[in-house]
Design a protein around this ligand. Sequence first.
Ligand code: FES
Length: 314
Amino acid sequence: MQPKLTAKARCTDKEIGRISKVIVDPLSHEISHVVIQVNHGQAQERKVPIGEIQEVVSEEEVILKCSSDEFEQFPGIDRDRYVTLKEVEIAHLEEHLAVEPGEILVPLPMLERGMPRRTFFANMTHAVGAMIALPIAYPVLKYLMKPMYRTFDNSWFNIGNVQKIKKENIGVQFKFTRGVKEAFMPEEKVTKNVWVVKTTPQVLDKVYGKKEKKFEDSAGKVIWMNKPNVPYVAYSGKCPHLGCGYKWRRVKKYPDGVFLCPCHLSVYDEAGIVLDGPAPRRLDILPMQLTASGDVKIIDVVYKAGVKEEIRLL
Ligand code: FES
């Protein structure tokens, strides 16, 4: 008997909710926490160390070691501080856990939150009781996760007007809000970043090499082509290394400005080319069109982070 992602979670005295997510330590590749959605807590979720699971009763139920009062002391989860395995690639993690990707969360790098670089991920190593917990966690994960096969969303989003861009060859940030639905959870509104560069012909050549850039749907059918003569380029706001948000910055070495990712210091020029750091590929170019009035529309294409090739996920 093995539990599912939506397994009920019971404290020593009463049922308190259902497991909604699992958090994995990216360094040790071990499960550090389960996230429990509280029954009557206005969609409140609490993060519970894996060692607090006392028993997997059935596919539908796990029992925690704590009472419901003690459960209240576990912290909530700040969803913005995590990414899913659909968004980043952690080498061999899925093999190690013998699970399929689903609602597994990985903490965002600490530098994203202004922490020293050497503490990157360090405070997420909750291996408490891992040796004991893993035999429980394996079946939990194996059955919690469902593969998320769905077709890509090729909707166009209006992100703003090019009048906002006053100068060529610099990154200008645009934002838009969209609904995002993760497995088993209600749709949430999230605000996403896109960087747009108004390019000179030289930079445009660096971006496209005079060739159209094709974008495909999940069946491999071409859905859009960016033309190499449109002097605006839109980049996904996620760093292709591990998915952090990057910024346009002027730094001593690059006084005219570069895209700089604070997590592991990848640096990209205005054409999205990697100048420095561990990024495995250039910035991800989005399908983009301009309306007659200068509105910028994009498709919110998401590629897998951490790999050289563009592997579309969403
Ligand atoms: S996420 Fe690592 S350099 Fe950007």
